[in-house]
Write a new protein. Structure first.
Length: 327
């Protein structure tokens, strides 16, 4: 990955550096802001300034992947945060599948986010790496991948001697809440789709899961229509949160990847914009894959869907299975 190459080739004297996925970065920022508000009290002033100062003291170079804005809480905080970070001399290197002008498109109170877009365009050098053809998918071998674990045996089956014991309902703590993992060993977790996406979990919950386990199995992913739109969004959030972690994820589904988000047969197909079609080409996905998935509306949802499909295609390759989790 381009960001990995940049980060790993920074000069040796650059010791204060940080490489982080955007989801994880924003969760960290919100935690710091919450703690700073509690520390400052009701009339204590702006919490962003000290948070930005602390971030700048920790890292001179900040690299984060997958910059996207889909949440109003993030949108309202980013402009001031970037202004403060830059004022401290921090160097920010960001990757995104969206041009700054396309960020948070059609989002709630987007007008309040426009100054952040102008800041990005003014203070950052925007470089377009559009390949035009999606060649990054052509080398992938579409061979099925296999993994076997004691988690896939029936619950009543006896564990082999010396096997990593299976734990039921392991408890993880995230943001002061308890998150239960139905079945797990010390390194492997198993969820049925309903358990992972059928309850109101957030990106922070999913990040905690991927941080705790080296391998995750998600069983029985269904074809999702309009009635499962919330679950579809959570599934996309999970794949986004998985990001550049070294966790291996294996999925079983009743339908091919391209059909997971397909609308009901009687749903009307829509059209996509030229910009969205260009994005699809860049991700190496056919435009009709998005058109047929009309459970989503608006460029932001459609693009999140396209990015998720691209990752799922990559995860279905032999190369991914051989390299994921090796770092």
């Amino acid at each position: 990955m381009l960001m990995d190459l940049f980060y790993e080739t920074l000069p040796p004297h650059v010791t204060r550096k940080r490489r982080v996925h955007f989801h994880a970065f924003m969760i960290d920022v919100h935690k710091r802001v919450h703690a700073m508000k509690a520390k400052l009290g009701v009339n204590g002033g702006d919490p962003i300034a000290p948070v930005a100062r602390d971030l700048a003291n920790e890292a001179y170079v900040l690299c984060f992947d997958e910059f996207q804005v889909t949440d109003i809480a993030d949108a309202m905080i980013l402009r001031q945060l970037f202004e403060r970070l830059l004022s401290h001399g921090m160097v920010c290197v960001i990757t995104s599948n969206r041009h700054p002008d396309e960020l948070y498109k059609n989002g709630i109170q987007r007008s309040s986010f426009v100054p952040c877009i102008e800041l990005l365009k003014t203070h950052f050098e925007v470089t377009d790496l559009d390949s035009g053809t999606g060649e990054h998918h052509t080398s992938l071998s579409p061979h099925p991948t296999h993994a076997f674990t004691c988690l896939l045996r029936p619950a009543h089956a006896r564990e082999p001697r010396g096997a990593d014991p299976v734990q039921r309902n392991r408890e993880l703590q995230t943001w002061g809440r308890i998150l239960r993992v139905p079945e797990s060993t010390s390194t492997v977790a198993k969820f049925h789709f309903e358990q992972l996406c059928g309850q109101p979990l957030s990106a922070a919950d999913y990040l905690e899961i991927t941080k705790q386990f080296k391998t995750i199995f998600i069983l029985d992913v269904p074809k999702m229509g309009l009635n499962q739109k919330d679950m579809a969004r959570r599934f996309i959030t999970f794949i986004d949160a998985y990001g550049d972690s070294q966790t291996k994820i294996f999925i079983t589904s009743e339908v091919p990847i391209a059909d997971i988000f397909a609308a009901d047969s009687d749903a009307k197909s829509g059209e996509i914009s030229d910009h969205m079609r260009s994005m699809m080409d860049d991700l190496g996905l056919p435009g009709d894959m998005v058109i047929s998935s009309s459970i989503f509306s608006g460029d932001e949802e459609l693009f999140a869907f396209a990015r998720c499909c691209s990752r799922l295609v990559q995860m279905g390759s032999k190369e991914w299975a051989e390299t994921a989790g090796t770092s």
